[in-house]
Design a protein around this ligand. Structure first.
Ligand code: CP
Ligand code: NVA
Length: 308
């Protein structure tokens, strides 16, 4: 069966653990090499990844492009606006066409229903490079980063501060699959979709929602936030005002465990969701987190193409 990666549960906890282990091994095996040189085993030699972007991207675009190169394959990167998709060719027909040319599709889209439709019609793996609902590839990099920095996932306490968005949905999903807990500090009206928490809780994770940022941050192993205004959302002043009590600053970070780590998927808005002293400070893992998009995405590609 075609292995799509639309959400983390498409893979499941065991496959996620295997992907992270593979990413750690591959990263170590090529330490110090030129970035464009293929891994020694070039496991995806001859494979082509099609990438479609309906929204801006720096990390997802470059990490997937470098990932397929390091695995020995090649890529075609398309902005949807320059494709026939952008002037009304259906998602279903695009999926069928690309299935005849390429070996996998990575798409970033504004509407999760579109990626589901693409996966339905594609006969090659479809990978979610961010939708309005979720961002599973980002969380693969986050899990890898946290593990690399000595935090065991099971039972760890994650504190999310800010908007209940796509990135949070994938963190909640990961909590259920990898057995950690998420405390969410979010203003009223911006809560995450409760279906993610229900599913994670059914898998044994503790997911709590609070209006009290201090209570959320207290004793956390991981403090994580994201932009208050996601792509495609209006830059609304009332939303920014509602989010302000959830800004991650030194006072909030001081409530977490002394060795707590700070994560942010980037791009960041210093002075909004996080202050500069925290995101650029010693507890911040944002640079390894960003680089790990590459290492994690390689494992996602290998899993999707049946090599893991
Ligand atoms: N974190 C992330 O997905 O970054 P880009 O939007 O730059 O791809
Ligand atoms: N929540 C953000 C993540 C960007 C990588 C957005 O959707 O714009």
């Amino acid at each position: 069966m075609t292995r799509h990666f639309l959400n983390l549960s498409d893979a499941g906890g065991d496959a996620i653990a295997a992907m992270i282990a593979d990413a750690i091994d591959r990263k170590a095996a090529r330490a110090g090499w030129p970035k464009g040189k293929a891994d020694a085993d070039a496991p995806l030699a001859g494979h082509t990844l099609a990438m479609i972007f309906e929204k801006n991207s720096t990390r997802t675009r470059v990490s997937f492009d470098m990932a397929i190169r390091q695995l020995g394959g090649t890529s075609i990167v398309m902005e949807s606006g320059s494709m026939q998709l952008g002037r009304g060719e259906t998602v279903a027909d695009t999926a069928r066409i690309l299935s005849g040319f390429c070996d996998a599709i990575m798409i970033r889209t504004d509407d999760h229903a579109k990626i589901e439709e693409m996966a339905h019609y594609a006969t090659i793996p479809v990978i979610n490079g961010l939708t309005d609902m979720s961002h599973p590839c980002q969380i693969m990099a986050d899990l890898l980063t946290v593990i690399e920095h000595g935090v065991a996932l099971p039972g760890s306490e994650w504190a999310w501060l800010g908007d209940g968005n796509n990135v949070l949905h994938s963190i909640i999903e990961a909590a259920g699959l990898m057995k950690f807990n998420v405390r969410i500090g979010v203003p009223q009206g911006y809560e995450p979709d409760p279906r993610f928490a229900e599913e994670a809780q059914a898998r044994g994770a503790q997911i709590t929602v609070s209006r009290d940022a201090a209570e959320v941050a207290k004793g956390a192993d991981i403090v994580v936030t994201d932009t208050w205004i996601s792509m495609g959302q209006e830059h609304a002043h009332n939303k920014l005002a509602a989010m302000m009590p959830y800004q991650v600053d030194a006072a909030l970070m001081a409530l977490a465990k002394p060795n707590a780590k700070f994560l942010h998927c980037l791009p960041a808005h210093r002075g909004e969701e996080v202050t500069a002293d925290i995101i650029d400070g010693p507890q911040s893992l944002i640079w390894p987190e960003a680089e790990n998009r590459l290492h994690a995405q390689k494992s996602v590609l290998l899993w999707a193409l049946g090599k893991l």
